[in-house]
Design a protein around this ligand. Structure first.
Ligand SMILES: [Zn+2]
Length: 513
């Protein structure tokens, strides 16, 4: 059903102030962008300077570097468990200006399985770098990668460069050091660089406005599987999830460092694919349950569609809200996170998965089944919130550990595992039997209460230490506190996770004195 004009008006009245701020932002972003995109060759710098003047007039940040256009490199990542290769698909100028922080060109967090760098071929100087992870990087650790080749579409985004540059991709090797795996020369002034249009600009809603996108974390909530008639439901969910995020520390204390945008391209049919129950949808963003055949793992493999939709918004991070009830989600560092929006546990899943996507946090749980195979050799993981405890004297969060806390730190591990493994078996059986979601919710409530009770009397319930069991392994890896949102369906992030999140907020929002 197509929405009637009266509905538009009613919705606009409801939106009130957010509508006005949206208007201000987009007048600016699209005005400058259109000028840039249609500039005659060779005149782009002059126009870029004009854009920066407009930016100064509008946002008043003297001393801030000029806001450049956004460049995206789309490529294919192909291989199996032994080999991999990369091939260029398209170089794109996105329709919105760069929303990353020009004060933080180099990534200092050293997270993610991969690292991309924008390098000057003459001097070797690095103009931009960011760590990231990818679906391919996960897939190559699954059993399927031993039996076939696959290809995933990927992108890197960065501020447009004036002159020819090299994109250099590196990957973690043994010991987790970065090793170069791909290098390609790119001419940003080549007429084959595509100028993408902001096709969805008039559908973008500002949910929360902190200020100039250039110095804020810009989070896009991208709805998938919402029909024209379900747009108001999407907006209500987007607002609800934003409220939950900003009720959770450390996001709570850093709310002013964020802009939150919402967009749900109209779907022909409600919902997303769930192949294990024979549900198939051609939803706009392409999200699907059963990623890597894991029933609760929701991802989109249609990176091109996702990017073409998202580029109508100045975004640094994006979480896909799927119009579904069945428990599920996913989160990949620097790529996206997902959460089924209509379930009882959606607020928890939303924030947990955002922790993966935003800060590269590892899962601290280890009793749920995953598709990944166990590592052959245990090395110190790069994720900030788990450790192999190979050198207890130099634990990466030792500044938070009280002197008398034993390492490893005792906790009721055997009791937890007995309960948790029994619950996982029950859960698998219930999914097999396709029981109503209300029964699954009840199981999750039961197990949450059980675990919180068990943990409430443990000696080290308030300690920071090294608690064995994390990162999908019952032994070999340790987490910093007994409980955390990345471990169970708990309401709070541990202190180590909070510090890791704050570091990323700083990278996107901090302006040096
Ligand atoms: Zn944690």
């Amino acid at each position: 059903m197509k929405r009637q004009p009266e509905d538009h008006l009613a919705r606009d009245n409801e939106r009130g102030n957010t509508e006005i701020s949206r208007h201000v932002f987009f007048c600016f972003w699209y005005a400058t962008r259109d000028t840039l995109a249609h500039a005659p060759r060779g005149n782009r710098m002059g126009i870029a300077a004009l854009a920066s003047i407009l930016a100064l007039m509008l946002f008043g940040d003297p001393g801030a570097p000029a806001t450049p256009a956004t460049m995206r490199i789309d490529y294919f990542h192909t291989g199996n468990h032994e080999i991999e290769m990369f091939s260029l698909e398209q170089v794109v100028i996105e329709p919105t200006l760069w929303s990353g922080n020009m004060h933080s060109p180099l990534d200092t967090t050293f997270r993610g399985k991969y690292l991309f760098e924008i390098v000057d071929p003459e001097s070797g100087a690095i103009a931009w770098s960011r760590g990231f992870s990818s679906i391919y990087g996960e897939w190559e650790t699954t059993a399927e990668a031993r039996s076939m080749n696959r290809t995933m579409h990927e992108s890197v985004r960065f501020p447009v460069q004036e002159n020819e540059f090299e994109l250099v991709l590196s990957k973690r090797g043994p010991g987790n050091d970065f090793i170069e795996i791909w290098r390609i020369a790119i001419d940003p002034n080549d007429y084959m660089v595509h100028r993408e249009s902001a096709r969805y600009a008039d559908q973008v809603i500002a949910i929360h406005t902190g200020g100039d996108p250039a110095n804020k974390v810009d989070l896009l909530l991208l709805g998938d599987g919402y029909t024209a008639a379900e747009q108001d439901e999407f907006l209500a969910k987007a607002r609800e999830m934003t409220d939950v995020l900003f009720a959770t520390s450390p996001f709570k204390e850093r709310k002013d460092d964020f802009n939150v945008w919402a967009l749900a391209p109209e779907a022909a049919e409600s919902g997303i694919s769930r192949p294990s129950t024979n549900i198939y949808r051609d939803s706009p963003v392409g999200s699907t349950y059963d990623a890597f055949r894991s029933e609760r793992y929701v991802l989109t493999f249609d990176n091109k569609s996702m990017r073409r939709i998202a580029s109508s918004v100045p975004y640094d991070f994006l979480e896909i809200l799927t119009n579904t009830e069945t428990y599920g989600g996913g989160g990949i560092y620097g790529l996206f996170s997902t959460a089924a929006a209509n379930g009882e546990w959606s607020p928890y899943v939303f924030v947990h998965e955002f922790g993966h996507h935003f800060a590269g946090l590892a899962d601290e749980y280890y009793t749920s089944s995953v598709a990944y195979e166990s590592p052959a050799e245990i090395v110190e993981p790069y994720e900030p919130n788990v450790t192999a405890l190979l050198d207890p004297d130099n634990l990466k969060w030792k500044h938070l550990v009280a002197p008398n806390t034993p390492l490893p730190t005792p906790w009721p591990k055997a009791e937890f595992e007995e309960h948790s493994i029994a619950v996982q078996e029950r859960r698998a059986k219930m999914r097999e039997d396709d029981v109503p979601e209300s029964e699954m919710n009840e199981l999750f409530r039961f197990t949450k209460n059980h675990v919180e009770n068990l943990f409430s009397t443990s000696e080290h319930r308030n300690s920071v230490g090294a608690f064995e069991g994390a990162n999908y392994q019952a032994d070999s890896y340790y987490r910093s506190e007994q409980n955390c949102m990345m471990f169970t369906r708990h309401e709070r992030f541990c202190l180590v996770c909070r510090a890791a999140i704050n570091k990323v907020i700083d990278e996107y929002a901090l302006i040096p004195e």
